[in-house]
Ligand binder design. Sequence first.
Ligand SMILES: Cc1cc2nc3c(=O)[nH]c(=O)nc-3n(C[C@H](O)[C@H](O)[C@H](O)COP(=O)(O)OP(=O)(O)OC[C@H]3O[C@@H](n4cnc5c(N)ncnc54)[C@H](O)[C@@H]3O)c2cc1C
Length: 467
Amino acid sequence: MSWVRELSHGLEGRVFDDEATRAGFATDFGRIVRRTPAAIVRPGSAEDVARTLQFAAGHGLRVATRGMGHSQGGQSLSDHIVLDMAALHDILDVDEKGLTVTCQAGLTWRSLLKRLASFGLSPPVLTNNLDVTVGGTLSTGGLGVASWRYGTQADQCLALAVVTGEGEIVHCSESSNREVFDAVRAGCGQFGVITEAKLRVRRHRAAVRTYFLLYDDLAALLDDFQVLIREERFDYLESWCAPCPQGFKRVGDGRQAFAQWFYPLHVTIETDWRQPSEEGVKLQGLRFYKYVHSEEGSTMEFFTRLDALFALWKRGGFWDCAHPWMECILPWEAAPFYVTQVLGNLPPQAVAGGHILLWPARGHASSVPLFMRPRSEYVVGFGILPAVPPPFLDEALPRLHQASAASMMMGGKRYLSGWVSFDPVQWNAHYADLWPTILALKRKYDPKGVFNAGFLQAQSLGAADFG
Ligand SMILES: Cc1cc2nc3c(=O)[nH]c(=O)nc-3n(C[C@H](O)[C@H](O)[C@H](O)COP(=O)(O)OP(=O)(O)OC[C@H]3O[C@@H](n4cnc5c(N)ncnc54)[C@H](O)[C@@H]3O)c2cc1C
């Protein structure tokens, strides 16, 4: 394509338009949406990003900013240009005294963690999957087992370098260019490309002790979540919904697989090696059904604890299935009814090669404006994360769509890294009072509608302005 050659002139980095590279960027971890880009830009600098965006705006082209493409709804896909931010992955500064790190946005959290390990430092919030980029999770939020206390990874951001849709490089923070700072954190790549981030880090203790508890009663688990958060008994809270299949029950004229659901809860505290366990005090009054196991290990090992699970998903072929992941954040009061109803209608086999997450948090743990969450004192995150083989996809998508719509009807908010199939009305409902702000930010920072046109669709934003 002639414009591809023109685009590559003057870039420090490289532009690819060969079939093999394009095919490698045609889908994401969701494997539901497909868009083959005409070109992939591997920028060599923020200036390259700026030149690419100016070029796209001038030629009526669309750009998707991509980290590792681990989102699941086409967020990082484009028919025209994909900006492969993984090319910008340097660590620029570790400030051991000031407890900050500055890095390029295409760095993975795993690489960052490795570098910080020798200092005994780590980011306050880490996602389960460490092979995603700093820019990728700052753009969606970034949630982990410490989020109940620290909010999102985007909350740990102190300053950013951003290239806006018009190709302007802006340095922003809470005290400088605040509007851009607030637009790109959890901004889903809609208002700018993050090229650099200064992040808060913390000094962790060397070891952790984890208690594996099992609940058979959702209400008891939710009560205990509140106790654990209020009293700050542990550092990390991690929980799932696990089915015990009960065969098939009669539903109408047919039969439907169903399960009795259980809830494993792992509570983890940082310690120093061989420090006496305070198990009696720490677990006092909790209403679990069974104490299953406890263990001690290094904190670094704890951060990578899910590697073993993801390796199993890969070996079993589940990694290559479709992943229409549906995560939402529910108001506390809505959680028992919503979770019970959704699990009651979920065939247990739907969880093979995936899992169902449940996580509690303080409602005010995050203060990132575009990270949408209910306004209750406590919230509950719930995520159906299946691996769906192609023959089951047609059956799975309507169910997940229904679970998504029900969460919104009950005052919940979707986590936007997943499979999101909102219509314009749902986009508007998701951002609610902030919808006019979204439109204004889009007009100001992406007036030509260059960014990720396939995700937050043009018709949601007003096609006349952004088409
Ligand atoms: C196995 C697995 C486990 C996961 N566990 C968690 C978890 O525990 N917690 C959690 O929060 N998420 C989790 N996720 C979701 C994942 O963290 C998010 O989808 C994340 O956004 C992916 O990062 P990425 O680098 O792959 O970004 P991509 O998927 O490439 O992009 C995500 C979004 O960010 C935008 N973007 C990417 N880079 C930039 C940038 N530099 N500037 C501006 N916008 C940008 C993209 O345009 C897109 O909208 C998991 C995903 C997988 C596959």
